[in-house]
Design a protein around this ligand. Structure first.
Ligand code: SF4
Length: 281
């Protein structure tokens, strides 16, 4: 049995950067609070908990006076609330997320209505949307605009950073068909992250040469789920959070095993999965 890892596996730049900052601050200050989970990965969160990183769901839950904003970022109202309470803010918002936030803010300043192509419940999407002011929605369903009587004349379309580029292209094509009317204007801004784009291509290439692919990632991680869906179109694929979830029955008669990971999966967890696969050979 041969186990092959995808290129560019493990933490993405944004998550690596956020965790490095968080570990440093928590060690220096003897603990710190993060606004929401810094990554969607239970193994990483458990390790951070051991060095004093505590998760709060809102500023009002805070006990200390320093808060770390996660790589997913937050909206301007949250930043204001932090400032008004004289809480020190350490911002680990990923530069790619920041780019999407700035695009949303500029659209709002130019009186554009913003559509964010993404998961409406995801913290990154909520944050980007709030930079668009009150003029925006998040959706993955272009038919939302089918029955709209007075479509906005100025419309901006952005994407959650972890979406699949081909799906964003399909969505924007549908939006143009449904909403573009005489004298209207649509601005489409590609805000999909470079790491995610490369990771999807590398994982697809791996899937083409594998009899089975394991995507190592959290069940709540949006980008891990996208990798799972992409690879599952090509070969047998399983999304596993830890090594203990790998089943021997999956490997029966298989010789080429591919392993890839979501952007918030650490190297330890990937190595554990590979060791378990090798122990089952
Ligand atoms: S997946 Fe991309 S946008 Fe998200 S944190 Fe990582 S580098 Fe940043």
């Amino acid at each position: 049995m041969k186990v092959k890892k995808a290129d560019g596996i493990g933490f993405c730049m944004g998550v690596r950067r956020a965790i490095d900052i968080l570990e440093k601050i928590s060690t220096e200050r003897g603990g710190v609070e993060t606004l929401g989970a810094v990554v969607h990965n239970q193994q990483v969160l458990r390790r951070l908990d051991q060095i004093g990183v505590r998760i709060v769901n809102s500023i009002s839950e805070m006990q200390g006076n320093i808060v770390v904003v996660s790589s997913h970022g937050v909206g301007p109202k949250v930043v204001e609330e932090i400032k008004s309470r004289n809480i020190e803010m350490v911002d680990t918002t990923c530069p790619f997320v920041k780019r999407a936030q700035v695009a949303a803010r500029r659209l709002a300043e130019s009186d554009f209505f913003t559509i964010v192509f993404g998961d409406v419940d995801h913290p990154e999407v909520k944050g980007i949307l709030s930079w668009a002011g009150d003029e925006g929605i998040a959706t993955q369903d272009a038919t939302t605009f089918t029955d709209i009587k007075n479509p906005p004349r100025h419309l901006g379309v952005l994407s959650q950073t972890t979406q699949v580029p081909a799906e964003f292209a399909r969505f924007t094509t549908e939006i143009i068909k449904r909403v573009l009317i005489k004298d209207s204007e649509i601005r489409i801004i590609d805000t999909i992250c470079h790491d995610i784009r490369r990771r999807q291509v590398d994982s697809l290439n791996l899937a083409k040469e594998s009899e089975i692919v394991l995507v190592v990632g959290g069940q709540t991680s949006a980008n891990s789920r996208h990798l799972y869906e992409l690879c599952a179109n090509i070969t047998e694929t399983h999304l596993v959070e830890t090594a203990s979830e790998v089943k021997k029955s999956w490997l029966k008669g298989k010789h080429q095993i591919g392993v890839t990971s979501g952007a918030s999966t650490d190297e330890h967890t990937i190595d554990d999965v590979i060791s378990r696969l090798e122990s089952m050979d």
